[in-house]
Ligand binder design. Sequence first.
Ligand code: SF4
Length: 336
Amino acid sequence: MTWRFSRSHVESGTFCRYQEYLTYYWGGTGVVPTLLNMDMELGTLVHDGLARVLKSRTLDALDDCVAGALGAYRTKVPQIGFGAYSPQDQMDLGEALIRGWCYARLPYYRENYDIHVEEIERERDIPLGDDIELMVRTDVRVTRKSDGDVFAGPEFKTTGYLNQDYLDQWQYAAQVAAELTDEESGVLLEFLYKGKRQEGRILSPLIKGKLPTVSVREHLAGLKPEVILGQFSGKEVYRSPAQVRRWLNVQKTRQEIVMSVLRTRNDGVFSAPSQDEIDEVFPPRLDSQCKSDKYHKECMFLRHCWGATSIESGLEYGIWKRRVPHHPVEAENFIV
Ligand code: SF4
């Protein structure tokens, strides 16, 4: 039976091996926080809206696309919101980012690329040997009109940072590497600046440093074009075929080790590795990156690794819940 992993496994493991184990393998499926993540949900809302726009091929349907994405968000996100931030704040911001990107960046794509509409959110399995596959989900692919080169993207990133340091790091990101196969020349990244948080409010020039008192559409119509254009930025990331091959080889070697430790030989029932095996194959990083000031990142397992909360008690008290794999075939990983 084939062993499958995704770019999310790689990203998590690149940051911290133990986080990868807890998220993707603990108990056979891994565990995730019970509370919705505000930033992830905003990213999903924006992805959803822009995928609808690109699929519809025309801006005539923009209002319907925005309404569809907001409706899906409203269904998923409880009205209680995220602490100081209300779901309505997030929906306003998401709508502004969707409409703003269509204004600021979509014309550039239309002029320079053919968008493979039929491939939006396409899933592919890339074989890395006889029994290991990398599962790739590409948001969109495009062909550059000038030379026929194919790119993965536009890949949308909502961000609270739009400085050079932040943009440059994407050149080396595992997430970008996992987008590429022999078929693509590179990845096109699109950054949508969502502003900063301050005293319970989300500030962005896109919304003039405060949440609009009129509808987002009216508000955007009143903004100067250069203000809107300044909220969006693109970046092209290239990798040579040799770099892509090397990266895939490294992942294959890594997954062979993971597979040898995790895959049970016990009638298809997952059996947890020993503590020694975990520490050897999934060592915790246990350093200041667990809670980093840079980009305000805090690991979801902080209270487990640095506190006294076991994963079992966290499940019992509703801090974490068992993960449902995005890729259903992942469930076959532990069947041999
Ligand atoms: S808290 Fe630190 S060591 Fe623990 S899983 Fe997160 S990043 Fe890894």
